[in-house]
Design a binder for this molecule. Structure first.
Ligand SMILES: *Cc1c(COP(=O)(O)O)cnc(C)c1O
Length: 344
């Protein structure tokens, strides 16, 4: 994390004291030989929490998502993804490595509905390839950390099943959604075949994500992980922090959500910054900038001079992510600096 107030992302969070201790005391072994007990307990803990049979510890969310695609498609297939989905917009492995063509879906601020899926089904031209997979993202990052409810997820699961698609949930911030809705995370993914959750974002572990699914699928994912160079040997050292993340860091996300609402409310008082506060469901806040005020890059650069860090997310928007390592008081301080800089 940068010195100062770092609101660029929840990935900048540092391990808690309990994580450092768990890492220091971790029982380890060679995980490629299947001998790292800490990795194995993390994998089964994640599977239990998410209501699936088995889990696989992976280096990153990107790797977990790619494995889900590789295990549930073949080259030439298509996969449906929301058009700002991280798996499509940032990751690119679906097309370049899995050989799968993305079919882009519209959404209501990141919430995909069966009508959006239906709209992209092809006619019987003889040219269409198999739409093998539906990917859903919850919370939806680029739409502002927006949450899909259990009901909304289930409508899509039912539709996908009726149409022969497998379902992958990119749950990089699934626990934020669960806390915002006050439901167990497993309820959100009951109909999904695979789910990826990140440990290194709001849950504050230093590294890693987990992919969960059926025993057979995870076996296949382990083979693909090996092909991608993702076998990590004494990975129990980092998995130990992941166990602490899942066991102790979920409930406190409510604090981050409250801080985000506060940040959004105050940010919207700066003339030239538009915040759609209704979309602040979790820990992400997007501010749309009037070009007369500043470009996102200029806004970011100005704040940096005061050791306050945000993220120029696009040509028009800046993003703030609240997390464990920024307190309510620091947010007040950051807002004071923004108001001083941008209210003329
Ligand atoms: C961060 C993120 C990922 C990828 O995770 P990495 O660990 O950075 O590879 C995937 N999906 C979403 C929605 C994300 O926010």
């Amino acid at each position: 994390m940068k010195e100062g107030i770092d609101l660029r992302s929840d990935t900048v969070t540092e391990p808690t004291q309990a994580m450092w201790e768990a890492m220091n005391n971790a029982v380890i072994g060679d995980d490629v030989f299947g001998e790292d007990k800490t990795v194995m307990s993390l994998e089964s803990l994640a599977a239990d929490i998410l209501g699936k049979e088995a889990g696989l510890f992976v280096a990153s969310g990107t790797m977990g998502n790619l494995l889900a695609v590789l295990c549930q498609t073949k080259p030439g297939d298509e996969a449906m993804v929301e058009k700002l989905a991280h798996i499509y917009y940032f990751e690119r492995g679906m097309a370049s490595i899995a050989g799968v063509t993305p079919v882009l879906l519209e959404s209501d601020n990141g919430v995909v509905r069966p009508d959006h899926i239906r709209a992209q089904f092809r006619g019987a031209s003889g040219h269409e390839s198999k739409i093998a997979l539906l990917c859903l993202e919850n919370t939806h990052n680029l739409h502002g950390g927006t949450v899909s409810t259990v009901k909304e997820m289930e409508a899509n699961y039912a539709f996908a099943k009726q149409n022969g698609m497998k379902i992958h949930v990119d749950g990089a911030r699934l626990f934020n959604a669960a806390v915002a809705l006050n439901v167990p995370a497993a309820d959100l993914v009951r109909g999904a075949d695979t789910v990826m959750v990140c440990l290194a974002k709001s849950l504050c572990a230093p590294v890693g994500s987990v992919l969960v699914g059926s025993v057979d699928l995870i076996k296949k994912a382990r083979q693909w992980r090996s092909i991608l160079g993702g076998g990590m040997r004494q990975a129990g050292i980092i998995a130990a922090a992941g166990v602490v993340a899942l066991e102790t860091m979920v409930e406190r996300l409510a604090e981050d959500h409250a801080n985000a609402k506060y940040l959004g409310q105050e940010l919207s008082k700066i003339p030239g910054v538009t915040v759609n506060r209704e979309l602040i469901h979790t820990n992400l806040v997007y501010g749309m900038l009037d070009p007369k005020l500043a470009t996102p890059a200029e806004f970011e650069a100005k704040l940096q001079q005061y050791n306050v860090y945000c993220f120029a997310a696009s040509q028009t928007e800046v993003r703030f992510a609240t997390h464990k390592d920024v307190t309510h008081n620091q947010i007040t301080e950051a807002l004071g600096i923004m108001k001083k800089l941008f209210i003329h």
